[in-house]
Design a protein around this ligand. Sequence first.
Ligand code: SF4
Length: 210
Amino acid sequence: MINKSTQELINKGEMLPLMEEFYTIQGEGFHSGKAAYFIRIGGCDVGCHWCDVKESWNADLHPPTKTDTIVENVKKYAKTVVVTGGEPLMWNLDYITNTLQNNNIKTHIETSGAYTLSGKWDWICLSPKKTKLPLETIYQKANELKIIIVNKNDFKFAEEQASKVTGNCELYLQPEWSKREVMIPFIVDYVMKNPQWKISLQTHKYLNIP
Ligand code: SF4
C-alpha cells in the first residue's frame, strides 16, 4: 500500500514505479544500433496477447523510485534515454524529462499513445495497439510510427494508423517476435511494394542483449 506522501510524489512525477533500468543498444526502429539508457516503468493495461514484458503490467509490483536517483544513474552512462514500459504515459513524465534535458540528455519514449502525453521529448515512437488505440492528439507529435505485424490484417491497421501521422513521421513495420519467420516474407514484400514503410527488427534479441 502506497502512503499519501509517496502518492503525491508519484503524481508529480518525482517518483516512478521503476521496473528496471539498463544501458544497452536500442534494437528497434529509427534509432536502432545506437547506445541508450533504458528506463522501464511498470504498469500497462493495453493487454497485447503477445506482450514480451507481461511482468510489467502490474505497477504495484514495481517499487516507487525517486526520479532524481534514476537521473543520477543515467548520467553515469548515457546521453540518450529511452523511456519505455509497460505504458509509460500512465505516469506524469514532466519531471523526469525536464531533469534529463537540463542535463543535456536526449529523451526518447516508446508508447502505445493510449494515455495523455506528458513530458518533453526529443523523439516519440508511437506504437499503436488495436486493444487500446492512441488518443487522437498524439498522432501529429509522433516522430516514428511502429506497427507490430502479427498477421496479415495488421497491414490494413498499419495504413489506417499511418493516415493519422504527419508526412515527416518515419514508418516502420516490425514482425512480432514469435511470428517472425512466418511474417517476415510478407513484410519484405509489402515494403518493396510500399516503400514509404521500412522494416524494424528486434535486433537486440538477435544480439542477445537486453
Ligand atoms: S502496450 Fe507494450 S507493455 Fe503494454 S501489453 Fe502491449 S506490448 Fe505489452
